[in-house]
Design a binder for this molecule. Sequence first.
Ligand code: ATP
Ligand code: NI
Length: 336
Amino acid sequence: MMALLSIRDLTVTYRRDGSEVAALKHVGFDVAAGERFAIIGESGSGKSTLALAIAGLLPGSSKVGGSIVWKLPNLRSPHSFAPPSVLPDISPTRGEIGSSVAGTPPAALEIGESGNDSAISPQVGEMSGRTEGGATDRQPASLRDHNPLGGRDIGFVFQDPSASLDPVMTVGKQIAEVAYTHLDLSWRDAYVKASELLERVRLPDPDAALHAYPHQLSGGQKQRVAIAAAIAAGPKLLIADEATSALDTIVQAEIVALIRQLVAEDGMTLLFVSHDIALAAELAERIAVFRHGELVELGATAQIIASPRHAYTRALLDAHLGLDAEPLLQQAGASR
Ligand SMILES: Nc1ncnc2c1ncn2[C@@H]1O[C@H](COP(=O)(O)OP(=O)(O)OP(=O)(O)O)[C@@H](O)[C@H]1O
Ligand code: NI
């Protein structure tokens, strides 16, 4: 298993109303290049915090310890990423960077055999992109030199596409902008790319969709657009944080199938964040179970489903018993 990234002793603490909330506690695991990896757990277990830490998007008010080490031979930049449609509203300090907000720096900077690992602080900070309000948000000029921007190496899809897409910009432009910014394409070529992407995410009429505004699309279609923007610059890693949770069951299944297909076609690594163990089992080869900020169990999907070692995983599975335990167990058998 060739690791894409290694997380060691990752601890994230938020400060809120003068007190501290430990959102992640001494978390460690590797994500293999090209695998489909799910992060599950109930609300508040730290899933999104982990996803944001990996993407370098934690708010400046958080304190981070431990390390996230990327092991890509030719990573363009560990934190060059972020399609325009996809930045969460993280904090008033977004855009800031540096030791004043970084809290504890990475405890360890590993050097792998290849010698070109890039060890990064999980807090490297802000990228170009759009906030959830839809406004374009740029990194301060002073940071650009040190912290290469991109939409390139990590694509991020959030739960609510309405909040991340710009309501007054055409769908085509939102996708084209990623390609224009990160792939050095002309606008003309970027629009060609956007049109291809709309076809790849199977919007009914890609050419019409190019000129559509988000409000003219359904929830599922908007999420397809957000996915198109997320993969527009050809990221190595696609992070989907509850990307299907707001959709009804049928659309959810379609989007899961789409993500699976795109990840396979582009050879991306997938980090699929979900509170739904059945959905995670459908898509992922390995599942990491989080509870109260701790990694309680990590294993192959079949093992997690068929013989969970931790009582909490058992409880998550039991919540599905009577509903869809049968298909879940069949899946476990099939993916063995
Ligand atoms: N910006 C923040 N400031 C303060 N506390 C936060 C912040 N973001 C998350 N938290 C807290 O950190 C903990 C973990 O939150 P996180 O969003 O990572 O969990 P989650 O597993 O993604 O939950 P959900 O399934 O509801 O999205 C929770 O207690 C949450 O209240
Ligand atoms: Ni979350």
